[in-house]
Design a protein. Structure first.
Length: 293
């Protein structure tokens, strides 16, 4: 059985987008060409990779999901082969595929990428952004080589980068402006949470302190949380690191109980990442060490 690698690459994009139109735009080829590649791959493999649902559109079959995961691993191995050859000639090249949550992208990556590129300008970067749980799934599926996420890091090899903790943010006119600490238990109905990978840490600490985790208002981005607080809709609860990624004029207070988390690099195996990724990880660790001094 021979598999056309071009058809396999097209299949991967369609499996990611679950939409032929979006896949054709990504690949810069026509929709009929995308459909033909998928049909040819199904013919070569003698299986059905997708089913079409009237309401949900394209859905991967069970075998389609398994083949997608294997194809992602094949792409990862192909990249590693080329980078190993380049490394043998003392030249790092290829592409580093990583994922990060937005605050880490803004705060940690620019300096590290600049430092790396000053020595290895021929290496390209492909960055996917999402929340920590998404990124962990992408690492498991080998969609990316490594990710920058928040703890817990169970199931992965990891390098710790930064220790972080949650804070409360208030507008200048808030009644708690002169208090040093905001006790979460007393203001549950006023709290605004920002989804940023700290949900597990919050739930664990509140459970340990016998405090109900009540999501009165939850938003997706730091900017939205800041706007909500500025409009006097409540007290924002967010990580200090994430908050530092945006400009704001809010008052920052400690919270009780204290909620901590860690930010780190994760991979299925640090030894198995490509030489370029390994060097970039080394630079990020060195940068974190200097920033923490």
């Amino acid at each position: 059985m021979n598999i056309n690698l071009n058809n396999l690459n097209v299949f991967l994009v369609v499996a990611d987008k679950l939409n032929v139109t979006d896949a054709s735009k990504t690949l810069f080829i026509s929709q009929p060409a995308v459909s033909k590649s998928v049909k040819n791959l199904e013919k070569d493999l003698n299986v059905k990779l997708f089913i079409r649902d009237k309401h949900k559109g394209l859905i991967l079959t069970d075998i389609g999901r398994e083949i997608r995961n294997l194809a992602i691993q094949m792409k990862s191995l192909e990249t590693r082969i080329f980078q190993l050859v380049s490394d043998e000639h003392m030249l790092l090249s290829g592409k580093i595929k990583l994922a990060s949550f937005p605050a880490a992208s803004a705060k940690l990556l620019p300096k590290a990428i600049s430092s790396f590129r000053s020595h290895h300008p021929q290496v390209a970067f492909e960055l996917d952004e999402g929340v920590s749980n998404q990124i962990k799934d992408w690492v498991r599926e080998r969609k990316v080589e490594f990710g920058i996420v928040t703890s817990p890091f169970d199931g992965f090899e990891y390098h710790h980068l930064i220790s972080d903790y949650m804070v409360a943010v208030l507008p200048e006119s808030h009644k708690l402006i002169h208090d040093r600490i905001v006790p979460i238990e007393n203001y549950q109905s006023d709290l605004i949470y920002c989804k940023g990978g700290h949900e597990d840490a919050i739930a664990k600490v509140l459970h340990e302190n016998k405090i109900t985790y009540s999501e009165n208002l939850t938003v997706q981005t730091t900017e939205t949380l800041v706007n909500m607080v500025n409009n006097h809709l409540g007290i924002g609860i967010i990580s200090k690191f994430t908050l530092s990624s945006v400009n704001h004029q809010l008052i920052v207070k400690e919270i009780e109980p204290k909620i901590t988390r860690n930010i780190g690099l994760i991979a299925l195996s640090m030894e198995d990442v490509t030489p370029a990724a390994k060097e970039f990880i080394r630079i990020m660790r060195e940068q974190a060490k200097m920033d923490n001094q």
